[in-house]
Design a protein around this ligand. Structure first.
Ligand SMILES: [Zn+2]
Length: 176
């Protein structure tokens, strides 16, 4: 591999270790010409099989472009989209398969998009899951409501516990 500093045509591996999840290998390399060191990360390449049967390399860029349309006019910025695409890639890599179909990619997008923006999620899900009736929207919205109520209830419980703890701390504090 070329040295990224001086472009020397060769480099040697001085250390190599597998990541904890076994999905990648990091190698420390040294250039014999300028002696500088750099790191490379080796992962299996991911392919996506499109509905047409054509296979193409997985790209975060394509995820971002696909989701951006659903996010038009929503309070979602480019950083949010980049984080979402990263989470999608992590999910897909964690599945351990080197080749996925477009449907599985869509599935991996739904979870993080739902957390990011509910309206964008509904738009994306309606296209991806081919909603064809009001009932489809209704059941998706009901499920979003249930999730939100559960989150709010959990936040309420956490706040009540924090207030309890604070009260206990005050009681436990030595009196002046
Ligand atoms: Zn070099």
């Amino acid at each position: 591999m070329h040295c990224p500093f001086c472009r020397h045509a060769d480099s040697r591996v001085v250390d190599s270790r597998t990541s904890d999840d076994g999905a990648s290998i990091r190698r420390r390399r040294q250039c014999p010409e300028c002696n500088r060191r750099f790191t490379t990360i080796e992962t299996a390449s991911l392919s996506v099989v499109k509905r047409s049967g054509v296979t193409e390399p997985f790209s975060r860029e394509k995820i971002v472009n696909g989701v951006r349309k659903a996010c038009q006019g929503r309070p979602v910025n480019e950083d949010d989209l980049a984080v979402l695409a990263q989470r999608v890639e992590e999910t897909i890599r964690a599945s351990g398969s080197a080749e996925l179909d477009a449907y599985e990619i869509g599935l991996a997008i739904l979870g993080p998009l739902r957390e990011l923006d509910e309206v964008a999620y509904l738009r994306f899900a309606s296209v991806y899951q081919a909603f064809d009736s009001l009932e489809d929207f209704e059941s998706a919205i009901t499920s979003l409501r249930v999730d939100r109520e559960e989150r709010e209830a959990a936040a309420g419980r956490a706040a009540a516990e924090a207030a309890d703890d604070a009260a206990t701390d005050r009681e436990a504090a030595p009196q002046p």
